[in-house]
Design a protein around this ligand. Sequence first.
Ligand SMILES: Cc1cc2nc3c(=O)[nH]c(=O)nc-3n(C[C@H](O)[C@H](O)[C@H](O)COP(=O)(O)O)c2cc1C
Length: 214
Amino acid sequence: MSAAVVCIGEGAGGALRGYRHGTRMVALTPPRASSSSSSSSSSPSVGIFYATGTGNTKRVANSLKVHLGTLADEPQPISASNARDFEPYDAIIFGAPSYLWEKHRVSALDYDTIEPPFENLRDLEGTKVAVFGVGDQNEYPKNFCDAVGILHEHFSVRGAEMVGMTENEGYEFKRSRALKQGKLCGLALDFENADDEVAGRVEAWAEQLKREFG
Ligand SMILES: Cc1cc2nc3c(=O)[nH]c(=O)nc-3n(C[C@H](O)[C@H](O)[C@H](O)COP(=O)(O)O)c2cc1C
């Protein structure tokens, strides 16, 4: 497959560049003016990115930011981000709802278009990554929070050091792609059926991440 870096439009920082991947265009933003933000003591070292359909995942992302304080940057929608936006961070939290649109197909929404830079498919080596998601264990007991598993697989392949595993206790579902070796590979939340547990789980997970991010 051929790849070519091309200009695909104008952004705040000048021309936006991208490359063709199959039939799709993948955006590449210009390098940031300062790429040393992760080593600067004043810059947040944790990035938070999320997708959302009706706002629940965004709510969790905002709550994580509150718990992590100055450690974390403001949550950013993944739909307005690309792989270069991950570079300033030592650790990144990714969140997504699960949406089963049709049989055997679970979308993690806008994450479909977030690909590693063409020249470095293992772009997250050396970065700690934790994933979370929201779902509905009563309506979708065979696909509960599958997007958490999808994100985990996606970022593992890119070389990230995955952290943020949680115990599979207090849930009622039959199957989930988030379940790996007896544990949930991230934080799974259910606003529809276990709303009263969300705040406590988020707070406990934020404390866990503070330890695991080091
Ligand atoms: C069409 C549709 C499909 C859904 N599919 C799933 C699913 O496969 N697994 C799951 O756990 N939840 C599923 N849900 C529940 C949503 O993930 C849940 O409502 C979530 O809180 C939405 O998060 P958001 O507000 O960030 O979009 C589905 C909901 C809808 C409306």
